[in-house]
Design a protein around this ligand. Sequence first.
Ligand code: TXA
Ligand code: MG
Length: 310
Amino acid sequence: MSAIWPDDSEHIEKAATRLRQGGLVAVPTETVYGLAADAANGQAVASIYDTKGRPSFNPLIAHVRDKTEAARLGVLYEQAERLIEAFWPGPLTLVVPKVPNAPVSELVTAGLETIALRSPAHPVARQLLAQFGHPFVAPSANRSGRISPTHAAHVRAEFDDIPVLDGGACQLGLESTILGLSTDQPTLLRPGTLTIDEITKTTGVEITRPSGSAIQAPGMMSSHYAPHAAVRLQADHARPGEVLLGFGGTDGATLDLSPEGDLKEAAAHLFDYLRQLDAMNAPIAIAPIPEHGLGVAINDRLRRAAAPRD
Ligand code: TXA
Ligand code: MG
């Protein structure tokens, strides 16, 4: 039943029907493609863990239409409300205390008392939320630990029996920024498309960055986003036999994330180019990326792509 579906209203309705029946469907978002299931259906959520090979301690993000729907699942204090007003719909996920008896399967939160909430901006994801009428969970539509998908064909290559609504290339290309808001002090759980500086500048909410390499979100394992090939970072040239991922016009690059040195463009290309290089079956060397703005999230993904895989 493998298929890439056009993103017209007929197929979005078909996708909503699949969700109602407890099935899975892949959906484009502005960050990466997600693998969606009805958040209230325990069996459907269980099949997400099973299909991705995802450890059961790693909770999922509930995708919601808006603040009203979010407030049925999570407790939104003043700072959460301010962040929602400023950045939803968009690439910002908030981890907040879960409402007692929230209408979601226990598996969604992996037994935690907090829940992750995000309202995606991509029109196809929004139409699916509206047609379905309930929240769906949607982890990135890749096998656990592998590279996130930014094109329908990437999803198809990993899961050939799940329909994919084809919304084209994801505009941002890197996952949402995740903030923890269950205590007084908002913390950064996962760097993402939206930078901390932008969040503070727009809302006045100060975010604490975690110190050292402490794992914050349970899913932030050190090895993640991994190509099959070995990865070497901070490379200024390719060694014999390597392919080279450049940035800002690196000499001899096999592919360049952004010849002009634009971090936004680099983020949008990152996962697609990693997949293309991985298909060349050679070790991958990667040029340095500046550690500011979007570069923080790009380097986070690259360090995990290069981490030992035990
Ligand atoms: O951009 C995105 O966020 C994409 C698109 C599809 O929306 N989704 C995504 O989901 O990246 P996933 O499952 O690949 O990553 C979710 C992350 C995991 O690292 C997980 O541990 C963390 O969110 N998370 C979920 N619930 C949490 C909670 N209650 N507390 C802390 N971390 C949580
Ligand atoms: Mg993921």
